[in-house]
Write a protein that binds this ligand. Structure first.
Ligand code: CTP
Ligand code: CA
Length: 225
């Protein structure tokens, strides 16, 4: 493990990355989750650490090794991720929210395993907190990068998220095209920047996409500190 000397702008920058899905408990044996593998966020954390940044990785339940030089904090639910991220971000220079955070959780969790009956089952769901949106509301100097995984209208939805969440960059990818986004080792993205510009990262490995994403963010980091 060595620090890449060619990236002085990243040295000692405090970077927080979130990755993976969250799990929202229904009962002792069941939960609601999503298909996020965590690979994109873990790869970004590894690349930022290799560039000399001080990286904290807040990870949902995934089976991935901790990248070299990265401080990892494991969480399960959206609420836990919210608590940990808020506690970690006070001095962050850059926050990258690659996690696929649950939007809803069961309004009640059962202490005992639920028993089936012949009736249809309805589970009442309530909203979780939108971590990126809260970070955007509190934002001062921190560079804020979100992701948007969409099945359709990618550009329109990504631009809406950029504005609504007060992010500096939204990294958008398709979740239905082969080789893009969730679970695989490759991704293709479009980065939408606050200044109205955008940049395409054509289909490539998540490791290479991470290098390109950090290269694209680097100029924004210059205004930090
Ligand atoms: N996000 C978050 N907290 C949530 C939900 C989402 O921080 N409770 C973040 C994600 O980590 C991602 C960005 O917001 O960086 C966009 O997530 P996405 O699910 O694409 O957008 P939503 O705003 O949740 O809208 P929708 O799911 O309806 O498309
Ligand atoms: Ca969502």
């Amino acid at each position: 493990f060595f620090i890449r000397k060619s990236h002085p702008e990243w040295h000692n920058k405090k970077v927080v990355v979130t990755a993976g899905p969250t799990q929202e408990v229904i009962d002792p044996v069941r939960f609601l989750s999503n298909r996020s593998s965590g690979k994109m966020g873990f790869s970004l954390a590894a690349e930022a650490a290799a560039r000399g940044a001080d990286v904290t990785l807040v990870a949902g339940p995934v089976s991935l090794p901790t990248p070299h030089g990265v401080k990892r904090m494991d969480v399960v639910s959206a609420e836990e991720m919210y608590q940990i991220v808020m506690a970690q971000t006070s001095h962050a220079d850059l926050i990258i929210k690659a996690a696929a955070v649950a939007d809803y959780r069961p309004a009640e969790t059962s202490e005992k395993k639920m028993k089936k009956s012949n009736d249809p089952l309805e589970i009442k769901m309530e909203r979780t907190k939108d971590i990126l949106m809260e970070l955007g509301q509190r934002k001062e100097k921190t560079v804020l990068v979100g992701f948007a995984a969409e099945s359709n209208n990618i550009k329109e939805y990504a631009l809406q998220k950029l504005a609504k969440k007060n992010a500096d960059v939204i990294c958008a990818n398709s979740v239905i095209e082969a080789g893009h986004g969730f679970q695989g080792d490759t991704n293709a993205l479009t980065l939408f920047f606050k200044n109205g510009t955008s940049a395409d990262i054509p289909l490539t490995s998540k490791a290479d996409a991470s290098r390109k994403i950090l290269d694209a963010i680097a100029p924004l980091m210059e205004g930090v500190k």
